[in-house]
Design a protein around this ligand. Structure first.
Ligand code: ADP
Ligand code: SF4
Ligand code: MG
Length: 340
């Protein structure tokens, strides 16, 4: 892919986050693997997110979504590429230099139970970031802020003395969200934030996230395999396959007319609200290949029903098919995602 295509792809006018040709490779050794093998978990990924924008990130398990989310928040050090946050290059910053930026970017975890310290009360969990980042606040001011953020997530200060095990899964996720919001971040990475919850609770947490984005204008990278939820919450959606973005587009455009065969297959399982439209359900054959040895050319070709011999020759570049709509497929003759 050409650098200009990659960088030009999804850059709004004043991006909050800009990711340029990001790679996160993991060396793996020992066992039967050859020395020098690497897992290319994230490979040449470029995109941006505007202030207040919610970008969905979808793709099968193992496609690199979590690794990408963690790298952007600098929970890891990328192998190469660049991450700009509010115009500042944060790719290489060390722990100390990152500290003042931490309040601006927060992570919401999939499993709220595992991510909350069982020996701390809600007040301590939610208030801990304040102790570190806002030491000038006294106890009363801290409690006022904790009460405020608990109200935002639908809990009351009344519960603040309780421990995580005293809450339901949905309430625990609310506590995790409160902790992420307490320092008024500009950007959140939410990594499958509802997939560990009962189906009946999922909608409540999704609605909470919708309210939060409306009220607080916080931008989000929303990682999910639930495409219906993504359609509900996100302004744009990026589809990942084997470490690369294979399609990125405004949500409506992507749902209405996917341009990449992988997206078409993923979306074929999503019910369409219009009962007059029926889609063919496309069953993807086989598993996602190993990121240790990705296929040459288009990484999707072994599972693609439209593959041609030339799909093997080079990694297809991201090409623009419409305003803000990019696909990494060489075929522009396909009419995908059409009703039966
Ligand atoms: N620390 C690591 N070391 C080696 N491989 C890793 C590491 N983290 C993730 N991977 C591999 O990178 C790929 C992408 O993983 P991940 O980002 O968790 O995908 P997703 O979140 O889309 O399911 C997987 O093949 C996974 O096994
Ligand atoms: S480039 Fe070829 S193999 Fe890859 S998605 Fe397009 S048609 Fe399928
Ligand atoms: Mg993941």
């Amino acid at each position: 892919m050409t650098a200009t295509a990659a960088i030009a792809a999804p850059v709004p006018e004043s991006p909050l986050i800009e990711v340029r040709e990001l790679r996160q490779w993991f060396p793996v050794g020992g066992g039967l693997l050859r020395r020098g093998d690497v897992v290319r978990a994230v490979d040449d990924v470029s995109f941006s997110i505007a202030k207040g924008e919610v970008l969905g990130l979808v793709g099968e398990s193992g496609s690199g979504k979590s690794t990408l989310g963690r790298a952007i928040l600098r929970m890891s050090t990328p192998t190469s590429g660049q991450i700009l946050f509010e115009g500042r290059d944060v790719t290489k910053l060390g722990r100390r230099a990152l500290r003042p930026l931490r309040p601006r970017m927060q992570f919401i975890f999939q499993d709220p139970f595992a991510s909350l310290n069982p020996r701390m009360t809600v007040r301590q969990i939610v208030g801990a970031p304040l102790l570190i980042q806002r030491p000038e606040l006294d106890g009363a001011a801290r409690d006022a802020r904790i009460g405020e953020v608990l109200r935002t997530v639908g809990l009351s200060l009344h519960y603040a003395g309780r421990y995580p095990h005293e809450f339901s899964g949905g309430q625990r996720q609310r506590i995790g969200i409160a902790r992420a919001l307490i320092l008024e971040p500009a950007f959140l990475v939410a990594d499958e934030p509802v997939s560990a919850l009962d189906v009946s609770i999922q909608a409540q947490i999704v609605n909470l996230l919708i309210d939060i984005r409306k009220e607080l204008g916080v931008a989000m990278l929303f990682i999910s395999h639930d495409l219906a939820v993504v359609g509900h919450l996100c302004d744009r959606v990026a589809v990942m396959y084997l470490g690369r973005i294979v399609e990125i587009a405004p949500t409506r455009a992507l749902f209405r007319r996917p341009r990449h065969p992988y997206t078409e297959a993923l979306f074929s399982a999503v019910p369409v609200p219009d009962p007059t439209i029926r889609r063919e359900r496309i069953i993807l054959k086989g598993d996602i290949p190993s990121p240790l040895a990705p296929p040459s050319g288009c990484a999707f070709r072994g599972r693609c029903r439209y593959a041609l011999p030339e799909c093997a020759s080079a990694v297809p570049p991201l090409r623009q098919v419409d305003g803000g709509h990019w696909t990494r497929c060489i075929r522009d003759d396909l009419k995908l995602g059409r009703s039966l």
